[in-house]
Design a protein around this ligand. Sequence first.
Ligand code: XMP
Length: 305
Amino acid sequence: MVEVEQFIDEAIAEIDEQVGDADAIIALSGGVDSSVAAALAYEALGDQLTPVYVDTGLMRKGETEQVEETFSYMEGLRIVDAHERFLDELSGVTDPEEKRAIVGERFIREFEREAREADAEYLVQGTIYPDRIESEGGIKSHHNVGGLPEVVDFSGIVEPVRELYKDEVREVARALDLDALVAERMPFPGPGLAVRVLGEVTEEKLQVAREATHIVEEELEEYDPWQALAAVIGKATGVKGDNRVHGWVVSVRAVESRDGMTARAQELDWATLQRLQSRITGSLENVSRVVYDVTHKPPATIEYE
Ligand code: XMP
C-alpha cells in the first residue's frame, strides 16, 4: 500500500464514482475488514449506505453489542437477529464444506431481503487480498467471496480493501480512528463458530466454543497473537468432583502470521497454558479436557474446518 492517507482518499473517491447516486448495502461482520470497508463507504455515501449486521448466532461473545455500539453513528444501521434460521439450517449437518455452504447461502438470503428493502443497487464487501487468493486457489470456500453477484441482482460489487493484507487494513482502521477494539480485533472466519465446533453445530457446543474463545482471547492478550481461538474437537472422559464425566475436549490454538496464509503455532509458557485449562474447565462444567495445538500452517489450517 502506498500511503495510508492517500489510500483512504482514493478509496472514498472510487466508491463515490462507482456508486454515484444509487444506494448501497454493506455486510458488517464485527471484524476489521468489513468495518474498514463500511467506514470508507459511509464517508463516500452517507445515508445512501445501509449497514447490515446479521447476528448468525455463530458470533463471538459480545460481538453483536460491540458492533451496535461502534457503528451507532451510522444512520440506518440494521441489526438482524437470524440465529434461529442459521441454526435450523445447520441442524444435523456434519460435513465442513456443507456447513460453510449453508452459512454462505443463508447470508445471501438475509442480504437479498435487506437489499431489497433498502433498494440497494450496490453491495459493498470487506474482501481482502488473501481471501481472493485462497478462494481462487480452491483451498477453501470463503463465504464472503463468490456467488453473490449471480444470486443477488446488484448492479455492482464494491470491494474497497480488495488489494490489502490484514496488517494494512489495520493501518487504515487506525488512520480512520476506528475503535481499537475493532482495529486490533483478531481475525474471525465468516462461518464463525460453526467451523470451531467439529461435526454437528449445536447450541451447547457453540456455547463452549464461545466462552472458551473469550477466555483464550483474554488470557493471551499479552502475547499479542495474530489469531487465537478455542475449538470443540470431541468428547473425552474426565473426573469432576466425585463423578466421571464424558465432557467436551477444547483445543486452544494461538498463531503468529502476517496474512493467515501460513502461520506458526505460538510458544506459550506452562503457567499460561495451565491458567487457560484451569479457567476453561473451571467455568465450563461440560468440558473435561483442554489441549494445546502445536501444529504450524501448513500442514494444519488455522481454523479446524
Ligand atoms: P485457515 O483456517 O484457512 O484460515 O488457515 C486462514 C484465515 O482465514 C480465516 N477464515 C475465514 N475467513 N471466511 C472468512 O472470512 C471463511 O470462510 C474463513 N475460513 C477461515 C481464518 O480465521 C484465518 O484467519
